[in-house]
Design a protein around this ligand. Sequence first.
Ligand code: 5GP
Ligand code: ZN
Length: 136
Amino acid sequence: MKKDDCIFCKIAAGEIPSGTLYEDEDFRVILDRGPATKGHALILPKNHFEDLYEIDEETLKKVAVLSKKMVEKMTKALKCDGFNVVQNNKEAAGQTVPHYHLHLIPRYKNDGAHILWNPGDITDEEIQELVKIIKE
Ligand code: 5GP
Ligand code: ZN
């Protein structure tokens, strides 16, 4: 299912040209237009799901398998030293395009990209409290 005013639906359908690295009946993998590092790519499902809350399990499993294939292929081609696989959900988490997508970000030693977080502090009591809240 497509959404009329969604740019990633249009890109995934091939209606807007993109640097396509891979395509099959369910997905298009494209180069990001604002890359964090050289080779930053996005896996786009061809169907419109806004985010992780909406995507169905069958498609999500295929995303996981495809991400592994792409990371292996791109690591060889780009000779990168590692990868971040990132996926943002909702504005509060930095999602700017409301069509599910998985970021594949090649990492190079000392590339200076800012993707990870600064570790905070947590007490044992806070850990226990969170475990209780989330598990229940
Ligand atoms: P988000 O912030 O939603 O997780 O990621 C959206 C990503 O899509 C950003 O990295 C941004 O650079 C990329 N992007 C936004 N518009 C376009 C576009 O029209 N073409 C391509 N190739 N990437 C886009
Ligand atoms: Zn869409």
